[in-house]
Design a protein around this ligand. Structure first.
Ligand SMILES: *Cc1c(COP(=O)(O)O)cnc(C)c1O
Length: 396
């Protein structure tokens, strides 16, 4: 379907003229029956492909039992998912919510409350980064280091300042007696698939320890195996005090999580934070099945191997293409940076039956499912490279 003649929706999204009616594994079908290879996974959400059997079965089982009770009661699935997450990460405690923005809100609130109520320091300011993305609620859009998401929404909440990514001096210059935390993505996803330098993250971690600042890592896009480790912070040999998850956690069922170290737990005593839907039996069932599948099938390791394959293939095939500047990313979160805006190129790749999405001003972003068959992946890469070759030859 192209544009509907009349829509009753707020026009918040610039949508591609495509309507998908079925998804299975790494394939999607539109309403004309045309088949697509999905190399974007609904923005790093369907990391196990579309309609993964294990998650579907677990959800069907849960649908027959109980859907919702609210957080006034114990929810065994929540305990179980939290245990899987803490057993497999540096965190000791988990708060469940439904979206990424809500997970980051929880992280911001926890950092402030810990500083003010546990450390009695009165600190509240959080250093974030230029070109970051942390969500669309008032606090998280303020945390986001991009002007375009803030226009027309003033006044914004106080307490955020913006450092240059991969620039430790810029961070140091912003630290004051008000600073309580630093919040960062290990790879800036929406900002253009830009990985943090290893030395920068090591120095940042040191700085946080020296100055007693909390390190918050936004793993909403990079988490859950996407970059070749279960969590992207593992690449850097650090342990954040707090990190956040959402996108891939429920394989498409909405669920988010904020995770933190044990010493932060007392700051979030009963009544300090909450969410009606957060971690409900259905969402946590989807989360349990998703994590068990990721771990049992060693999908983070597969993402690492396939990621190297993708980067090697693209580097070889796109060498000398004047439209292409750089191939970057980690695991299966990969960006092809172009010398011009990517919108036209992306549209043509879609027409050829492959789904990719933009990131930043000029990056083509690839985020295939972590269990994509290699034939599908290779076919998709072939098509991307041939569109880029065609576009480059049209330049001269
Ligand atoms: C998508 C994303 C968010 C926001 O998640 P929502 O579920 O859309 O609220 C926050 N941070 C990062 C890094 C993201 O990629």
């Amino acid at each position: 379907m192209s544009e509907p003649e009349k829509s009753s929706l707020f026009p918040t999204y610039a949508r591609y003229p495509l309507t998908f009616v079925k998804g299975e594994g790494s394939r999607l079908w539109d309403d004309t029956g045309k088949e697509y290879i999905d190399l974007m996974s609904g923005i790093a959400v369907t990391n196990l492909g579309h309609a993964p059997k294990q998650v579907k079965e677990k959800l069907m089982e849960q649908l027959d039992q109980i859907w919702h009770t609210g957080n006034l009661f114990h929810i065994p699935n929540q305990e179980k998912l939290a245990t899987i997450l803490t057993d497999n990460s540096c965190a000791d405690a988990v708060f469940f919510c439904s979206t990424g923005a809500e997970a980051n809100e929880a992280a911001i609130k926890l950092a402030r409350r810990y500083s003010q109520k546990v450390r009695n320091s009165g600190r509240y300011e959080i250093i974030t980064f230029e070109m970051s993305f942390h969500g669309r609620t008032l606090a998280t859009l303020t945390a986001t280091g991009q002007e375009k998401v803030k226009e027309g929404f003033h006044p914004l909440p106080e307490g955020f300042v913006y450092a240059k990514y991969n620039d430790i001096e810029s961070v140091k210059s912003l630290i004051s007696d008000k600073t309580c935390a630093i919040m960062i993505e290990m790879i800036q996803g929406e900002g253009g698939v830009l990985p943090a330098d290893e030395s920068f993250i090591k120095e940042l971690d040191e700085l946080c320890k020296q100055q007693e600042l909390l390190l918050i890592v936004d793993e909403i896009q990079t988490g859950l195996g996407r970059t070749g480790k279960l969590f992207a912070y593992e690449h850097y040999g650090i342990e954040p005090d707090i990190f956040t998850l959402a996108k891939g956690l429920g394989s498409g069922f909405p669920i988010g999580a904020m995770l933190g170290k044990a010493e932060l737990a007392e700051a979030f005593s009963a009544g300090t934070h909450g969410s009606t839907f957060g971690g409900n039996p259905l969402a946590t069932a989807a989360g349990i099945a998703t994590l068990e599948t990721l771990l049992n099938e060693q999908l983070p390791e597969r993402a690492a191997q396939l990621g190297t394959h993708v980067t090697d293939t693209l580097s070889a095939k796109l060498a000398g293409n004047p439209l292409v500047q750089e191939i970057r990313g980690k695991g299966l979160l990969i960006g092809i940076t172009c010398t011009q805006a990517g919108a036209d190129i992306i549209k043509e790749i879609h027409e050829e039956g492959v789904l990719v999405i933009p990131a930043g001003p000029n990056v083509i972003r690839l985020a295939p499912s972590l269990n994509i068959p290699q034939e599908d992946l290779d076919k998709g890469l072939d098509i991307i490279c041939s569109v880029l070759a065609k576009k480059a030859s049209a330049l001269v």
